[in-house]
Design a protein around this ligand. Structure first.
Ligand code: NAD
Length: 395
């Protein structure tokens, strides 16, 4: 919670204008604890829409910039006490890397949407920009902000399930079941264009979420993938359905399934992790429940706000016990952690398992390496593609 003695963190936004999907969610998340204040934006490449968006958000027209370049120059010219400190990047994917690098090089911190970039090469360029700027870089892998995802991670990390054997993750959506991209639907239209979405379609859009969650909760790095990428909707240029077998460190095996043509499904993200002693099961459509099943005793239903939670989980809860909380709060947890790191002068996120952890460069590079490995594997004849080899080739 923000206190009156702390100045608010001033942030600007690129993207997120009228009609955009995720920009408004960022603004709600950043506002939830009162720690951030939106001071400027380049909300749209359409000048009138940009000004209308800024006015609707209560910003003066002088802080609605025609593009990011003008925003970085305009803000840099302001007194330090007024200037934005961090940039939220909520544009289509092709602008993530150029925006992040320009902002970092101009001395601003960055909170970016995923996927980190169009490809691994761009992601490595962001990593280099972070290193030379000593600025903070966060990535909104939303689902790792849920309290019971933290509980799942903590229980695996402290060994409750025993040695991990199986990691099964799926993200099942149905909204791209038809050719709405060719009918001009705003969000679908750029997501199926390789120039603006990147190497993967469904793979980059939600496969990255599933992958990040799998590594986050299991605590295990995926070492190799065997991929099956499909395009179901005729004429579509990027995958709309993805499956992968995963080989994880320590000998664990996994399955990742992501689809945007699972007709009728909403945001069916589910993760199950099994060890030698038992397993856990979490679904984002029921985010306040974590189910644990054991070999030697009855199943446990762990509830947000209920007894027995790890202190890191409790720190991520916001609503009074027994009241539902969800997506906006999970997003806000990432913003709050990012804000605390900024207030504390940190230049990197805390380690996983420490208070106020949030995803940054490390998770970004893992997910971009995953995308490249999946593409390489599905294009070639090898049964398995090693992520370490893909990263080494990219560096
Ligand atoms: P969108 O098409 O709804 O919005 C994109 C916005 O960017 C629009 O306002 C558009 O006008 C603006 N824009 C485009 N080019 C611009 C430019 N040159 N300058 C300024 N603004 C520009 O897209 P969306 O669904 O909101 O997705 C945006 C990003 O968020 C994507 O990278 C997507 O992968 C990510 N996303 C993440 C989550 C999550 O759970 N973390 C959920 C949805 C989307």
């Amino acid at each position: 919670m923000h206190t009156n003695t702390q100045p608010r963190l001033r942030y600007g936004m690129v993207g997120g204008g009228e009609g955009a999907f995720i920009g408004a969610v960022h603004r709600m998340a950043a506002a939830l604890d009162g720690e951030f204040e939106l001071v400027c934006g380049a909300f749209s490449s359409d000048a009138a829409r940009n000004q209308r968006s800024a006015a609707g958000l209560g910003l003066p027209s002088t802080r609605a910039y025609p593009d990011l370049e003008a925003m970085l120059a305009g803000e840099a010219a302001l007194p330090e006490s007024e200037r934005m400190q961090a940039l939220a990047i909520v544009t289509p994917n092709h602008l993530h890397a150029p925006a992040a690098i320009a902002a970092l090089d101009a001395g601003f911190h960055v909170m970016s949407e995923k996927p980190m970039a169009l490809n691994l090469e761009e992601a490595l360029a962001i990593e280099a920009a972070v290193a030379r700027s000593s600025r903070l870089y966060g990535l909104t892998f939303t689902y790792s902000g849920y309290p019971l995802v933290e509980e799942a991670r903590a229980r695996v990390a402290r060994g409750d399930l025993g040695k991990i054997r199986l990691v099964q993750v799926e993200y099942s959506q149905g909204w791209l079941s038809q050719a709405i991209d060719r009918d001009g639907q705003k969000q679908a239209e750029w997501r199926t264009d390789p120039a603006r979405a990147g190497l993967g379609g469904c793979l980059g859009d939600i496969g990255t979420h599933a992958f990040q969650l799998a590594e986050h909760v299991s605590g295990l790095a995926v070492e190799a993938v065997s991929a099956d990428l499909s395009i179901f909707v005729p004429g579509r240029r990027l995958d709309d359905d993805v499956a992968a077998l995963l080989r994880l460190e320590g000998g664990a095996r996994g399955v990742l399934k992501a689809s945007q043509v699972a007709a009728g499904d909403e945001n069916g993200l589910r993760i199950r992790v099994h060890g030698e002693k038992g397993g856990l099961d979490w679904s984002q459509m029921e985010p306040n429940t974590l189910t644990l099943r054991w070999l030697d005793r009855p199943a446990e239903i762990v509830r947000a706000g209920g007894p027995g939670l790890d202190s890191l989980t409790t720190a991520r809860l916001r609503t009074p016990a027994g009241h539902p909380e969800g997506y906006i709060e999970a997003f806000a947890n990432l913003y709050r952690s990012f804000g605390r790191a900024l207030q504390g002068g940190a230049t990197t996120p805390p380690q996983r398992g420490e208070a106020d952890w949030f995803p940054g460069i490390a998770d970004g590079l893992r997910t971009m390496t995953f995308i490249e490995a999946m593409i390489a594997n599905s294009a070639g004849d090898a049964k398995w593609t090693s992520l370490a080899d893909v990263l080494a080739a990219g560096r």
